[in-house]
Design a protein around this ligand. Structure first.
Ligand code: ADP
Length: 673
């Protein structure tokens, strides 16, 4: 066995190299330490039991340009940068008290006055008996690294700033372009309703096609900007994916028919209809793939397949796979990988031949990635393509079928139907743009509605005090007083508390809908507005108001149980029941406002409480539609599903509005008879 306490021959040899003969061993050790310390490529310091420094090597003294006497004790700290001093002192003292090693970075003043960054490592040191003697530390110059880091941070900050400015510019530009485009599309739509010869009609069709193409590009750029600047918020709600897929296919049926293509849907039996996600964005991606498939297929078919699959080879979580398969021109393998980049098309002549700008797939990829899915394709030249994407988790709560397909806040709208309105609505149009006034009012007056025009919020407030209106269409961005401010004021007036106000806005940014609702608006239309959408909104909000109560009851699927009302009338008499109904309406108005603000404030408990009260009163008066909707939302409250509540609250408020108007019209009729 070897005795480990004795140095071996080799160690003794090396040791002796540094050991000059004839010295006392303590002095010798100290001398050796000093020589090593003074010639080390780092700055070295030592501190005693009282935390005060007792030693600095030559490298340190040369750097600071001070003497040992000036540095020992706390003298050295005078050269520490004032901004770093407190932080360093705290690290030093707390490490010292805990007898722990520490690392800290600080700036130290050089003899020429320049501060340089150092990293300082301190360790507690003990004698052979284990007694604590103080601290030993070494400092390394990290100034170059710090400088490079700083440059990187500044570079990143500048790049982010530039990117933000680019995004804001693009968002502004697309917003500004959409406004005049709205006017162009509106006028073109009105022109088609005038008598035109064949040549004029042809010119009109070309102009409409070009304007619509421009609108697609502007919308694409706005979408891309929103995703890239993080402004796009995805919804996370339950929706019926099978129904939405059928809807997309129905929307594309016309284009497929024109080209003589078969368009079909195949849904694997295991696919459950309810999934959780963003229905509008799902629709956007699927429509883009369908549109491409039809565009690039000259003969044969386009098929949509929904099936279940696992997330990946390693992750067996179930996801929905959506495939769009065509028998079209196909894409060669070398061109496939770049297609999801912006402005990339398989063939540069594609824009000329087929239209499009090469943005659709790039946006689809970003959207699918944002919701945690994947997107891809398989394709062979001249044989066809299969584009696919995956969508996440199945819904957990109960099923609500979503029947809307429009982007505006009023989720369920009544179709515009025949272009001649079956009633006359008194509409106040508030817009500072004379062009917008002309376009929107023409759309409304050509079908028989009455429109009054005002150019600012203040005039709107005056107008509603002078005349009764069935609906206000309110531009949001107006000088002097915005549409939001005007709405807030109107809502405080007795005459304006329950006139439906619909925002007319070119803002398509996330969160804007909330702002409109928070100001007291009932819904919003996004420019450019088609006549169909506009009339649909008018029908939705005004139909019940106009003496067509019974007709509206069936038309709007506003379920009221007549038997309950006549039972109550028998019991209480007509006058009393009218009083009770009006009392119910007053409460309902306050409660629905409370629901709206609780949704905005994300207060699920308050939403649930108000819904519960509404449900009970609705049941008493036989307002079945309202009762059912309140009950449905209550379940979302129980599941703490705020996103679904946010999504469905508009639908609920429309139901409240319609029920109120229906009940008011019954009361009016009773008073007249
Ligand atoms: P756009 O269709 O507006 O040009 P996309 O980003 O949607 O832009 O598509 C990019 C390109 O991918 C198209 O221009 C086309 O070259 C190719 N492509 C997309 N879908 C198909 C398809 N189903 N068949 C053949 N080529 C396609």
């Amino acid at each position: 066995m070897t005795d480990k306490s004795k140095p071996d021959k080799e160690q003794t040899k090396q040791h002796n190299l540094l050991e000059p003969a004839g010295h006392n061993s303590l002095d010798e050790t100290e001398d050796r330490f000093r020589i090593m310390a003074d010639h080390a490529p780092v700055m070295i310091w030592m501190a005693g039991l009282d935390k005060l420094c007792t030693f600095f090597n030559l490298v340190w003294l040369n750097f600071t340009g001070r003497t040992l006497d000036q540095e020992i004790g706390n003298g050295w700290a005078e050269a520490v940068h004032p901004h770093d001093y407190d932080r360093c002192l705290e690290t030093y003292v707390s490490a010292f008290d805990a007898r722990k090693s520490f690392t800290m970075e600080y700036r130290l003043r050089r003899s020429d006055g320049e501060y340089r960054w150092f990293i300082d490592n301190g360790i507690p040191h003990y004698n052979a008996q284990g007694e604590f003697l103080g601290y030993l530390g070494s400092c390394i110059d990290i100034n170059d690294r710090k400088y490079a880091e700083q440059l990187m941070i500044e570079g990143r900050r500048e790049a982010e700033h530039a990117n933000q400015i680019k995004s804001q510019f693009l968002a502004m530009m697309s917003h500004e372009i959409r406004t005049p485009l709205n006017a162009i599309l509106g006028i073109l739509e009105l022109l088609t309703q005038t008598s035109l010869d064949n040549r004029q009609l042809e010119y009109l069709n070309v102009a409409t096609l070009a304007s619509n193409n421009l609108l697609v590009i502007v919308n694409d750029i706005l979408d891309l900007t929103k995703v890239e600047s993080g402004m796009l918020e995805l919804e996370h709600i339950n929706f019926d994916v099978i129904e939405l897929t059928h809807l997309c296919v129905r929307l594309m049926m016309g284009s497929a028919k024109v080209k003589g293509l078969k368009l079909g849907v195949f849904i694997e039996p295991e696919v459950s209809s309810l999934i959780c996600g963003d229905p509008l964005r799902f629709k956007q991606v699927l429509l883009n793939l369908l549109n491409n498939a039809i565009k690039f297929t000259l003969k044969g078919s386009v098929t949509v397949v929904l099936s279940k699959t696992t997330k990946s080879a390693t992750d067996d979580e179930c996801v929905l796979l959506v495939e769009v398969i065509d028998t079209g021109i196909g894409i060669s393998p070398e061109l496939q990988s770049g297609l999801f980049e912006v402005f990339v098309q398989a063939d540069p002549s594609d824009t000329r031949k087929y239209g499009g700008s090469g943005l659709g797939l790039a946006i689809s990829k970003r959207l699918v990635t944002l919701w945690g899915g994947t997107i891809g394709l398989d394709s062979s030249l001249n044989e066809g393509s299969r584009f696919w994407f995956s969508v996440g988790s199945e819904a957990t709560s109960f099923k609500i079928t979503i029947t809307h397909d429009s982007k505006d806040a009023s989720k369920e709208t009544v179709p515009a139907g025949d272009l001649k309105a079956s009633f006359v609505a008194n509409i106040l149009l508030v817009d500072d743009s004379v062009i917008n006034q002309a376009v929107l009012s023409s759309m409304l007056t050509t079908v028989g509605h009455q429109v009054d025009l005002v150019g600012c919020g203040a005039d709107a407030i005056k107008a509603i005090s002078d005349k009764e209106y069935d609906l206000i269409l309110m531009d949001v961005s107006m000088p002097d007083m915005s549409g939001l401010e005007a709405t807030t004021i109107i809502r405080q007036l007795a005459v304006g508390s329950d006139i439906p106000i619909i925002a007319v806005t070119a803002h398509a940014l996330a969160g804007y809908q909330d702002k409109c609702l928070a100001a007291g608006m009932n819904g919003y239309l996004t420019k450019p507005i088609s006549q169909k959408d506009l009339l649909s909104v008018v029908n939705t909000w005004c139909a019940v108001n106009l003496g067509a109560a019974v007709e509206a009851n069936t038309h709007l699927d506003l379920k009221m149980d007549d038997r309950i009302l006549s039972e109550l009338t028998k019991q209480f008499g007509q006058q009393r029941i009218n009083e009770l109904l009006l009392l119910f309406l007053t409460d309902l108005s306050a409660q629905s406002k409370a629901v709206k603000s609780a949704v905005i404030q994300h207060n699920i408990l308050d939403i649930e409480r108000e819904l519960h009260t509404i449900k009970s009163s609705a049941t008493i008066f036989g307002a079945i539609a309202l009762q059912e909707k309140a009950m449905a939302l209550e379940i979302y409250c129980k599941n703490k599903d705020l996103s679904s509540l946010q999504y469905l609250v508009d639908d609920f408020l429309i139901c409240v509005e319609r029920t109120s108007k229906f009940i008011k019209s019954i009361c009016k009729e009773q008073q007249q008879t």
